[in-house]
Structures are given as C-alpha cells and as structure tokens.
Ligand binder design. Structure first.
Ligand code: ATR
Length: 279
C-alpha cells in the first residue's frame, strides 16, 4: 500500500456517538493527515472485527458490550488488555490485529493530574466495565480500593480479581469513613442532571472526586464536589486522554491535544431544541 493511501479509522458501538468522530477528524485535519474516522453501529462484533481485516481499516475504538467480545478474534493482546480482559482499541498492522486497553491508562493519567496515587485510600462506586479500568489504574499505582456496588456479587468478584480491593454493598456508602479519592464509575448522572450516587455530605474539601461520566461535561457530582472545594477530575478528561493514545498509535504522530479538546467540548454540548433556538 503506498504511504499516501488514505487511512480509515473507526469505532464500534451499539449506539455510536458523534463525539469521537468529531475529535479524531479535527486532529487529522489540524495536522493535514490523510485519515478519516467514522463510527459504526455494530451488533455482531466478530463480523465487524473481520471487516477491519477485509477493508484494511487502520484502527478501531471499541465500546461496551464489545470490549470482551472482540478478544477471541484478535491476533495479539497487549499485557494490560490481557490482564483486564477488556479491549478498547484495535490496531491493524497489515492484517495483524492487536488489542489494547487505554481506558485504564487514561483514568490513571487523569487522576494523576490531580493527585499522586501511591498509598492513597480510594473509594470506587460501581463494578461494571468502567470500574474495571479505574480499579486497575488505582491498584497498579499502589492505592488501596474500597469498592461499593448496588449488586454486591459483582463488587466481590472484581475485588477477588485485583489485590488491595475490598467490596461493600452500595447501601453502606454513607458509612465509608476516611478516604482520599472517590470515583463514580456507575452510569448514574449520564445525561441526567440532578442525579448522583454519592451523597454530597460524604464529599470533603481535601478529597479528589472523579466522575467517569463524560456527558454532561459537568455532572451533578462534580458540581457538588466543586462547591465543597474538592479537586475534580472530569470524565471528559479521561475520554480525551484515551483518544490521544489512540491517535498516537494509529498515526505514529503526537496528538494535538488542544485541538482534540476543543472538538470534544463542542461536540459534547447539549443539542439545542427548536424551542431553545427560538428563545
Ligand atoms: P459500564 O461499562 O459503563 O461501567 P456497566 O458494566 O453496565 O456499564 O456497569 C454499570 C454500573 O453502574 C454497575 O456497577 C451498576 O450497578 P449494578 O452492578 O448493581 O447493576 C451501576 N448502576 C447503574 N445504575 C445504577 C443506579 N441507578 N444506582 C446504582 N448503581 C447503578
């Protein structure tokens, strides 16, 4: 394939979002790269992975529920993806597909922009896919994790997989005691202002509060944390940092982070309804 041949990158999701399309394409355009990014609505992950090979698609972002489903169809896994048993990025090197997981490294980087992690007491709420990435980031950085989830069994099995983790039912969160870092990994607050799974009275001014919910850009949890004087880590920061790693590995070029951030913020703004626009 000639060097100048246009490259295609994409994402697989059940419900595709325009946000990723927007920041990847903005970055390609800013650097004059002959790349295009599109989002596919995918139900059948194995066939979609085969399509990457057939069509020579350079790279692919993978969202739930496909993060585990794609694994048997790849040629290689990087060590973190193998340990986490979840892939969020596939890279196609001349037909050889490698799965990576940048969710955890982006979570770690976003947290480390606010605090060091070693020997910190962390509280993580939720035990789904996002929780896996956050718990892996915290534990691999030397933090101790207390995991709270509505369905206790899921927290217990996640805690058994990683060391330094203990599991509790969500109902016990109000009795959490002292902590340094608190993270919401549940979907509570996603496109739902006013909803939070963390009682506001638990937030203290010395806390670092991380909400993995990326839309809205400022969730109710982060609003409450800011009001208490806590340091906030936003879900859209983690989203941007994992996208930057994807960009770097797809293109071999340093990502223009400011361009990607501007595109992300613009694309994540709530849509104006006709009524709003006429006001
Ligand atoms: P993701 O991949 O985005 O993490 P997920 O794997 O479906 O999504 O996990 C969603 C998490 O949000 C789970 O921890 C879920 O709790 P359960 O395991 O009990 O289902 C949590 N969650 C979703 N809605 C919730 C709610 N209303 N209250 C508390 N926890 C909720």
């Amino acid at each position: 394939m000639p060097d100048s041949f246009p490259q295609l990158c994409c994402s697989f999701a059940e419900r595709p979002s325009k946000v990723g399309v927007s920041y990847h394409n903005a970055a390609y355009r800013a650097l004059g790269l002959d790349y295009t990014y599109i989002a596919f609505s995918v139900q059948d992950a194995p066939s979609a992975v085969q399509a990457l090979r057939t069509l020579g698609i350079r790279g692919c972002g993978v969202t739930m529920p496909h993060k585990q489903a794609v694994i048997p169809y790849l040629d290689h896994l990087d060590p973190a993806a193998a340990e986490m048993k979840a892939v969020n990025t596939i890279v196609n090197d001349d037909g050889l597909l490698t799965g990576y997981n940048f969710d955890w490294s982006a979570a770690k980087q976003a947290l480390q922009e606010a605090t060091s992690l070693e020997n910190k007491e962390a509280v993580v709420v939720g035990a789904g896919g996002a929780s896996r990435a956050v718990v892996y980031a915290l534990v691999s950085s030397g933090a101790r994790v207390r995991l709270y989830n509505r369905t206790l069994d899921k927290a217990v099995s996640l805690a058994e997989e990683f060391g330094l983790v203990s599991a509790y039912p969500l109902a016990e969160l109000p009795q959490v005691g002292a902590y340094d870092i608190i993270v919401n990994t549940t979907s509570v607050g996603h496109h739902a202002l006013g909803e939070t799974v963390v009682p506001p009275e638990l937030i203290h001014p010395d806390a670092v509060v991380f909400d993995v919910v990326a839309e809205p850009l400022e969730t109710t949890l982060l609003d409450q944390a800011k009001a208490k004087g806590a340091r906030c880590v936003a879900g859209h920061r983690m989203r941007l940092l994992q996208a930057a790693e994807q960009f770097r590995i797809y293109t071999g070029v340093e990502p223009p982070l400011d361009v990607m951030q501007a595109a992300l913020l613009e694309a994540s703004k709530p849509h104006l309804t006709t009524d709003d626009a006429n006001r």
